[in-house]
Write a protein that binds this ligand. Structure first.
Ligand code: HEM
Length: 456
């Protein structure tokens, strides 16, 4: 008997299965019309068809992942990269060399450069700016006057991201311009992504001209910020200094284009996601005054009535849970995409090389298989004794793996502080003309939330 003959036979690996095709497709458009007509409902019902399902979008097959564990496996496997038509259209507008669209070694290097600015121990350094902006916001609002939550949320989000990460006095005026440019660019970008009618967007129509002006101003602003910092000779400990001092794998300074694209790639997701979440939080505080009251009680029990400070945030468990629960039901990033670089499998299903894969944090985080009373707003579900029952990867508003949002700690700190500051000062009612239906764009947020703040 040879040694070979006693070696146990390798266990048989079953052939990966072809994922089922989701029901409800129509000739020519496939599932596309449902995806465009009501994307949230469409993504939410896909799990009934399987953990991985195939969708036909026109002539194309796209793979949708619907089970939390498999979205985790997808996000954690770097063999699934950022690519596809959605990303190509973003690159065309925002630049090809930023961290949000790069892959492979360029992406790894870029993450190494930006990561220190977002580390947990770096966040208290931003505390004074977050505090100042949160209180300035509540000061700006006057009891009884209508506030347009879209512009107010965008404004404070851009100001905080720009002032914290690109420090400097000049940021006050620049933040205002950035705000206007980014809001217009995001609206136009989504239109261009869902209706990729190239030549139409080159026509000299007012909407196209406005979009082009805003995009040009965004790039110009970023150039001005970089040039001014260089001219000042100052090197404060911030993200911009990290980018200006960064070197590539050969030890050479990184190129001008990469610095520019990096600033754009950080400011754009940074402001849109935060602004959308602030709008959703204001909507929740208005719809659920009982939770707003509990936030206020908690804040006052910690502060004794003085204005809430950054250092109080870690003691505000309930407030933090209101933010988490808002991110569960209304995750700013509602859809994510990846592309398979090689033939592979996911959950026993075959995924061919080059396949585009999508999944929806919105659908995953509302799935009744993962959450009891899944549609209810219930911040206490995040108390330790209850949150332990939430399946792994069923709550990932910041994603996982190598593309996980670098700003999760930054975002949570600033959103909790803002919620605390706003809820202690005001309660809210919607005014006529307000439309709080969910608007689907690059991010999710209420359509046009108009609120009247009333004193506490
Ligand atoms: C990536 C969510 C705030 C910068 C991401 C991703 C998600 C996300 C889900 C992963 C995308 C993917 O997997 O394809 C959010 C949410 C936020 C938020 C829900 C706030 C509520 C911010 C802020 C900044 C930021 C404030 C910067 C100031 C980025 C960047 C990436 C990213 C640069 C790309 C990371 C990479 O590809 O390596 N974000 N984000 N985000 N986010 Fe955030």
């Amino acid at each position: 008997m040879t040694v070979e003959s006693v070696r146990p036979a390798a266990p048989e690996v079953p052939e990966p299965l072809e994922p089922p095709v989701a029901g409800g497709r129509v000739p020519l458009l496939g599932h596309g019309w449902k995806l465009v007509r009501d994307p949230l409902a469409f993504m939410a019902q896909l799990r009934d068809h399987g953990d991985v399902v195939r969708l036909r979008l026109g002539p194309k097959t796209v793979y949708a992942v619907t089970a939390p564990a498999l979205t985790g496996a997808l996000a954690l496997n770097p063999e699934f990269i950022i690519a596809g038509p959605l990303w190509e259209s973003l690159e065309g507008l925002l630049g090809k060399e930023g961290v949000a669209t790069a892959n492979g070694s360029l992406h790894r290097r870029q993450r190494r450069i930006i990561q220190p600015a977002f580390r947990l121990d770096a966040i208290p350094g931003y505390g004074p700016i977050m505090e100042e902006e949160a209180h300035a916001l509540t000061e700006r609002w006057k009891s009884g006057e209508t506030i347009d939550c879209t512009s107010e949320s965008f404004r404070v989000a851009v100001r905080i991201a720009a002032r914290c990460l690109l420090r400097g006095d000049f940021m006050d005026e620049r933040a205002e311009r950035l705000c206007v440019a980014l809001a217009t660019v995001f609206r136009g970008m989504y239109r261009r992504m869902v209706v990729p009618a190239g030549p139409l967007y080159r026509l000299p129509l007012p909407a196209n001209r406005q979009f082009n002006r805003a995009l040009a101003d965004l790039h110009l602003l970023v150039d001005e910020i970089v040039a001014e910092r260089r001219a000042s000779g100052q090197k404060p400990d911030d993200l911009l200094t990290a980018l200006l001092e960064a070197t590539d794998d050969n030890g050479d300074p990184i190129g001008e284009q990469e610095i520019h694209d990096q600033v754009v790639a950080i400011l754009t997701p940074g402001s849109e996601t935060i602004a959308s979440t602030i709008m959703s939080l204001l909507q929740i505080l208005t719809e659920h005054p009982e939770h707003a009251d509990k936030v206020r009680e908690e804040v006052e029990s910690v502060t004794g009535g003085r204005p809430v400070a950054f250092d109080d945030v870690r003691k505000l468990t309930y407030t933090n849970n209101v933010v988490v629960e808002t991110l569960r039901l209304l995750p700013a990033v509602w859809i994510l995409t990846r592309r398979a670089v090689a033939d592979t499998e996911l959950g026993g299903y075959r995924i061919p090389a080059g396949a585009d894969i999508i999944y929806s944090p919105y659908a995953i985080q509302r799935d009744p298989r993962s959450y009891d009373r899944n549609e209810d707003f219930d911040p206490d579900r995040w108390l330790p004794e209850r949150s332990k029952d939430v399946p792994k990867f069923a709550m990932s508003p910041f994603s996982n793996g190598n593309r996980k949002c670098p700003s999760d700690h930054f975002s949570m700190a600033l959103l909790s502080l803002l919620t605390a500051a706003v809820a202690t000062r005001y309660r809210f009612e919607q005014v006529s003309g307000s439309n709080d239906a969910t608007r689907i764009g690059i991010t999710l947020h209420p359509h046009r939330l108009l609120l009247r703040p009333l004193p506490r």
